[in-house]
Design a protein around this ligand. Structure first.
Ligand SMILES: CC(C)(COP(=O)(O)OP(=O)(O)OC[C@H]1O[C@@H](n2cnc3c(N)ncnc32)[C@H](O)[C@@H]1OP(=O)(O)O)[C@@H](O)C(=O)NCCC(=O)NCCS
Length: 207
């Protein structure tokens, strides 16, 4: 497993493109995002929040908020996807992922601002997560969603995930995928950094 350098989270930022080609910045959440992150969740429709958290909440409860902001704690990470709106960096999507080192898997959940849904942001973000998962050395990634969440189910199917019943909860379905990225794709900063650190570790061919 590679180790993230949490003291410099910015180096793991990536630029994704919406289907229309607009640039979206993906980076780890930071303490300065606290208000904006809560604003983002409050602004989601009730349905989107329910689908994201499998229950009715109007904002992140205090404990969950601090977990979201504590990047790297217990191998859990939050990324936000942002774009500039009227000169302000605005969150348009978020994803949270957990590294389960013992099973070499990465678990994730995500949401996209309702006004930005249907622009390919989740598709791009899931590819980015796949790259982050590969850089962490995991073999599979998976998520869980409500059986009634047709959008997420359709998105997961299109993104190459297979479905299995949830072991404990009949209302949920689990989608799972083998990580298949080859290093030559290098589609995220995490992997570029892993590649660079490997180059630095290996003796120079011209020495
Ligand atoms: C599920 C969600 C993340 C999808 O985000 P998105 O950025 O709109 O997704 P994309 O634009 O990348 O769409 C990808 C695919 O999802 C499916 N999809 C998107 N919107 C859909 C809709 N309204 N109805 C049915 N399927 C839909 C389509 O298959 C689409 O592919 P296509 O456009 O080629 O047909 C978003 O709807 C969301 O945030 N929902 C609330 C939170 C949630 O459900 N999270 C999942 C729990 S982990």
């Amino acid at each position: 497993m590679s180790t993230l350098r949490l003291e410099d989270l910015n180096q793991y930022s990536d630029v994704l493109r919406t289907r229309q080609g607009e640039a979206i910045n993906v980076r780890f959440v930071e303490p300065r995002d606290t208000e904006e992150l809560q604003h983002y969740f409050r602004s989601l429709t009730t349905r989107s929040r329910y689908n994201r958290f499998f229950g009715a909440i109007s904002e992140l409860p205090k404990g969950l908020l601090s977990e979201f902001l504590d990047v790297g704690a217990r191998d859990r990470f939050t990324v936000v996807a942002t774009r500039m709106v009227d000169g302000f960096e605005t969150i348009v999507a978020e994803a949270r992922y957990a590294l389960h080192a013992e099973t070499s898997t990465l678990e994730f959940g995500l949401s996209v601002d309702d006004r930005w849904q249907g622009h390919g942001i989740a598709t791009a973000l899931m590819k980015n997560l796949e790259c982050r998962a590969a850089a962490l050395g995991t073999e599979r990634m998976f998520g869980e969603t409500l059986r009634s969440n047709e959008t997420m189910i359709s998105l997961a199917r299109k993104s190459g995930f297979a479905f299995v019943n949830h072991p404990d909860d009949w209302k949920l379905v689990r989608f799972d995928k083998e990580i298949s990225l080859a290093p030559k794709d290098v589609p995220c900063a995490s992997w570029r950094l892993v590649a660079l650190s490997r180059q630095a570790d290996s003796p120079s061919a011209t020495a």
